[in-house]
Design a protein around this ligand. Structure first.
Ligand SMILES: Nc1ncnc2c1ncn2[C@@H]1O[C@H](COP(=O)(O)OP(=O)(O)OP(=O)(O)O)[C@@H](O)[C@H]1O
Length: 246
């Protein structure tokens, strides 16, 4: 079992934002983290990344908490943030080099892993470019390449679709599928429900920092008595019933 979140209550101050969250992401599973603005998705991700400490409960990655071995824990997570974070003074090539160094990878091996990804995202031939030369989508692709070359056991991906063009989204979804097949665990937060529905094996729906529902699409359809409904339809119904706007 790769990621295990057990009864996590947490937040930024002593006032909890997350309340008693429990869910798992198994090896080879892609779980969609879904919820309205302010539901607690990014806060959940910050706890998983070890940027925030749970007030109660525990988070296990490959059966270890961050306190058992923080270096190993962090090395096992590849994070793709919603907003690309790049170093303005470093080229694309140097970004790959510092990622390799930060994760203790052999630099040549990192470039070997990066080459097909750079080609896929049409970034090959741009290794000497600086972030200021890249569009928003290109920056997002650099983040994706850097996360994928470390070959982590868990990918944590925060709203990946916003800056990407349709071709890049298609390629990115294909890459996620390949990683799943190789046994990686993936937690992806997104508002783009039709993409989530295409690729996620299961969903965790957050509302006001609590788990509103979780399960596969067919389990959610059964739970909400909406046979054949899309994730979008179910989410709309939930929103109406709860009296909140999407
Ligand atoms: N740095 C912070 N300090 C204090 N409270 C915060 C901070 N960041 C977020 N919050 C609060 O935590 C709650 C959950 O926010 P969070 O960013 O986790 O939501 P989200 O589901 O990721 O939303 P979005 O879809 O808009 O990205 C909100 O009430 C928000 O106001």
């Amino acid at each position: 079992m790769s990621l295990r979140i057990e009864h996590v209550t947490g937040g930024y101050t002593r006032r909890p934002i997350l309340n008693d969250l429990s869910f798992n992401v198994a090896d080879g599973e892609l779980v969609g983290l879904i919820g309205l603005n302010g539901a607690g998705k990014s806060t959940t991700i910050k706890h998983i990344m070890g940027l925030l400490e749970p007030f109660e409960g525990q988070i296990f990655l490959n059966d270890k908490t961050i306190h058992m071995d923080s270096t190993l824990y962090r090395r096992n997570i590849g994070f793709i943030p919603e907003t690309p974070v790049l170093y303005e003074e470093l080229t694309l090539k140097e970004h790959i080099e510092i990622t390799a160094m930060a994760y203790g990878l052999d630099v040549d091996r990192a470039f070997k892993s990066a080459t097909p990804l750079l080609k896929l995202f049409r970034l090959d031939g741009r290794l000497e470019w600086f972030p200021s030369d890249f569009s928003k989508g290109m920056k997002q692709k650099v983040m994706i390449v850097c996360a994928f070359i470390i070959e982590p056991s868990l990918y944590v991906i925060d709203e990946p679709f916003l800056g990407l063009d349709p071709l890049a989204i298609r390629d990115f979804l294909k890459l996620l599928n390949e990683k799943k097949e190789q046994g990686a665990s993936i937690l992806m937060s997104t508002h783009v429900l039709n993409n989530a529905e295409k690729i996620c094996d299961a969903f965790v729906i957050l509302h006001n920092g609590k788990i509103y529902a979780k399960g596969t699409l067919s389990q959610l359809r059964e739970k909400f008595k909406m046979p054949g409904a899309s994730l979008d339809d179910m989410y709309g119904r939930l929103a109406d019933e709860e009296g909140f706007l999407i």
